[in-house]
Every structure is written in C-alpha cells, then in structure tokens.
Design a binder for this molecule. Structure first.
Ligand code: CAO
Length: 416
C-alpha cells in the first residue's frame, strides 16, 4: 500500500524516547527512517531495563518500529563523510542530543544547510534556545517539573508529583512531528528547508495551559471554585495541587467501587456535568435532589461536592467498576473505569482498532506495542518490529554506492 510519507527520507539521529517517538510516528506513515546509532552500543534504551538477557529491551522495541538501523561513528572522518552523503540525499534530520552535541560533531545548522538547503533539521532539547537553562540536559521528569505539570499534579498535602504519561518525552516528539510536517509543506512552497525545534519544557507547558489560566484567575479572584480547596480550604498565591478534581467546569473525582479494598484499580472516574444533573439523580435513586435548591445548580452543589461524591460511592459499593459504567452510560454520564495496564493490554477494542498490536521481532519473538493513535479513512499503518543494531548498515551503504570491500573496511575500522 502506498503511504502518504513514502519518498520522505529521514536521518534519525535520536535516542531514548522524545526523538524516537517522533520518528516512529513518521515511519508508520511511510517515511524511510534510518536510525543512526553508535557502533557496538547503539541507542542506550536497547540495553535499559532488559527483560530477556542480550535481547533489545522493550523500551527500545516499542519506540523504534518500522525503522532501519545504520551503525555509524560520526566522530570518525569516514563516518562524517557517510553522514554528509546521507544529508545530501535526505529530507529531514531529527536529533535529540544534549545541547551543542551536533555542532561539536561538525554538523551545525549552517553546515547542514550548506550541504543540502532543502534539508529540514528538527531538534528536541530540554529548554529552548536562549533560555537561561539552555545548557541543561533533560529527561522526562525534569521537563515535567520545568513545564508546570509537577507543581500542579498530586494532592495538596503531598509533594509535587510527576505523571506516568510521557508529557516531556513522547509528547515533545509529537509536537516535533507536527513541526516537521509543517516544514515539509512549507518546503513545497518555498523550496527551502528550515530548522524546527521543540523544547520539552514548552511541550509540557502547552499541555498545562489550563493551569496558566488558573494562575491568572487566582491572581484576580483569590480562589478557584472548581478546586477541592474551595470553599472550605485556604488558597495561597500559586495554583494548588487539585488531586483528582476536574480541570474544567465539570466537577469530577475518582470514586471507589466494589472490591477497592483489595484491587488498587477498582475505581471509576465520575463527572458531574452540569446538564447531566437530572440523569445523575435518577441513576443514583435521588430524584429529590433534582429540584432541591441546595443541589439544583452547580454553584449550590460546590460547597458539599464531597458529600455528593460520598453518596455516589455508597451507591457504587455493591457494583464493580464495569457494572457501574454500564449503568451510568445509559444516563449519558461521562465516566470510565480506572483501567490497569493489564486490562488495557487485553482490551479487545484496543486490539481491534490497532491502538495496541502484536509485532514479531527477530530475537525476542512477538511483543506487544502501541499502534497509531491517529486513525485515517484511507490509511492503516502496518506496525513492524524494531531493527536489530546495524541490521541495515550494508543495505544503506550499498545504496550510497559502497561496495562489499568498502563496507568490510569500514566495519573493521569501527566506523560502522
Ligand atoms: N557517533 C559518534 N558520537 C555520537 C553518536 C554517533 N553515532 N551518537 C551520539 N554521539 C555522541 C554525541 O555527539 C555526544 O558527544 P559530545 O558530548 O562529546 O559532543 C555524546 O555522544 C553524548 O550525547 P548526549 O549528550 O546526547 O548523550 P547523554 O547520554 O549524555 O545525554 C540526554 C542524554 C537525553 C540527557 C541528552 O541527549 C539530552 O538532554 N537531550 C535533549 C533532551 C532530550 O531529548 N531528552 C529526552 C530524552 S528521553 O527521556
């Protein structure tokens, strides 16, 4: 099947998670992604948190499907020459090295632009160019702290908390993919490449915009009506951690269901959507609340919202999370069971849609990975296993005109 990004050649100079998530997405949609890795070791995630001795770790296999792997020491003269050749004939170079590493390697934006003016150079860094922390190396949780997520996540009586969702890594990679595709469309118009950069701090902040909204509301009003601290608790001058409160105009909370004493995920998320109040009262068997002035408006409910949640929990006590959702869905109440990773891995709907898929790997056998979360009417990406280290070195070099003897010499010299 022809895919939209067929014909786009990407030098994938990425490692760990932020960059690989971006290039994996582009590979799913048809780009020829050549992952350039250091000979002998490769991407550090190949060996991190291994579950099978001497076999690429799931951390690597789940972020590098549909790619080709070329080993290349780009600090050696022959390695630099090969990289220059690749730059001349590729469309995009993606990297997420520490600050300045690409320049130190001799491949500044100016140099790459000179080699190929049509080349798009896409980078992930912890902080943006010119930021007072621009020299810092950054990992996921560092970005979550710098982007406002940690200070606003968790419970008010506990420390700042990071999310399990990769807001700093994969999220930044997704932002970068949008930047690359935009630059490719721009290049169609101008014929010129450009530099695209996303900082992890900015990508986290972009997802935390409602907290920046709340800071401004707090500055003006002194309180935030949808937070658990309102109206009985205290507010300081910074946005507090709101536990599991809903971030918009709909109060919500994680509520216990049958079996919560032994099952850490026997909970549902329950949302009290304003116009769903009547169906909620009916579902709970509390029709008298519909017209009671203490309950009938969102403002009236707020002072005793936790009493309301308690009543809902009493109603949930003899229902599993699945039974509860099956009842509540009939009343059009926005809710979901809290799903564990084990449940998600086995979810037939996620398997059917391709959001979770099993792929073969040459050394580990079949493994489970995520598929494209973006669904198209005319395109269903086929997810393939990740490449072994250097699996495609010979093939890529042959494509650049290197013969068998040259390749042997490069291998013996530790260049590939
Ligand atoms: N051939 C030769 N040298 C190579 C090479 C290759 N194929 N690939 C990498 N290198 C070299 C780099 O040129 C660099 O050399 P110098 O520091 O001597 O110039 C060196 O390897 C180390 O690269 P690095 O700084 O990227 O790696 P690190 O392990 O020290 O840091 C990380 C890792 C992630 C903290 C850093 O890359 C970073 O801050 N990246 C930007 C932010 C980011 O993407 N973080 C998210 C990672 S996902 O959690």
């Amino acid at each position: 099947m022809s895919l939209p990004l067929n014909g786009i050649k990407i030098i994938d100079f990425t490692h760990v998670q932020a960059g690989p998530a971006c290039t994996q997405l582009l590979a799913w949609f048809g780009a020829d992604v050549i992952k350039v890795e250091r000979p002998g070791s490769g991407d550090v995630t190949r060996t991190q948190l291994r579950d099978i001795p001497d076999v690429d770790a799931l951390y690597f296999t789940m972020l590098n499907s549909n790619k080709r792997s070329l080993t290349l020491d780009t600090k050696k003269p022959d390695g630099k020459k090969i990289l220059e050749q690749l730059i001349r004939e590729s469309d995009v170079l993606v990297e997420n090295f520490g600050p300045g590493a690409l320049d130190r390697m001799g491949f500044s934006w100016e140099r790459i632009n000179e080699l190929n003016p049509k080349m798009i150079v896409a980078s992930v860094k912890g902080f943006s160019d010119g930021h007072h922390y621009e020299d810092l190396k950054v990992y996921e949780n560092v970005a979550q702290c710098a982007g406002g997520a940690a200070s606003t996540t968790g419970f008010w009586d506990g420390p700042p908390t990071v999310s399990a969702a990769a807001l700093g890594d994969s999220n930044t990679g997704m932002h970068l993919a949008i930047g690359i595709l935009t630059a490719l469309i721009g290049r169609d118009k101008t014929g010129k490449g450009q530099k695209v950069a996303v900082s992890m701090q900015d990508a986290v902040l972009n997802l935390c915009r409602v907290k920046l909204r709340d800071q401004q509301r707090l500055d003006r009003l002194g309180f935030l009506e949808e937070y658990p601290q309102y109206p009985h608790g205290e507010f300081s001058d910074v946005v507090p951690r709101g536990g599991n409160a809903g971030g918009g105009g709909q109060p919500g909370w994680v509520l216990k269901c049958k079996g919560w004493e032994n099952d850490p995920n026997a909970y549902i998320y329950f949302t009290i959507q304003g116009h769903a109040w009547e169906p909620i009262c009916k579902a709970l068997g509390k029709p008298e609340w519909i017209s009671d002035p203490n309950y009938s408006t969102a403002k009236a409910r707020q002072p005793h919202i936790f009493d309301i949640f308690k009543t809902i929990e009493d109603w949930l006590a003899d229902k599993t999370k699945y039974e509860a959702v099956d009842i509540l869905r009939k009343f059009d109440i926005p809710c979901s069971p809290v799903l564990s990773m084990k449940e998600i891995a086995a979810d037939p709907s996620l398997r059917a849609s391709g959001s979770i898929t099993e792929v073969p790997h040459k050394e580990r056998g079949t493994y489970l990975t995520v598929g494209s979360p973006i669904k198209f009417s005319d395109l269903k990406p086929e997810i393939t296993g990740s490449p072994l280290l250097g699996e495609h070195s010979d093939e890529v070099l042959a494509g650049l005109g290197y013969g068998t003897d040259d390749i042997k010499r490069l291998r013996e010299g530790g260049v590939i």
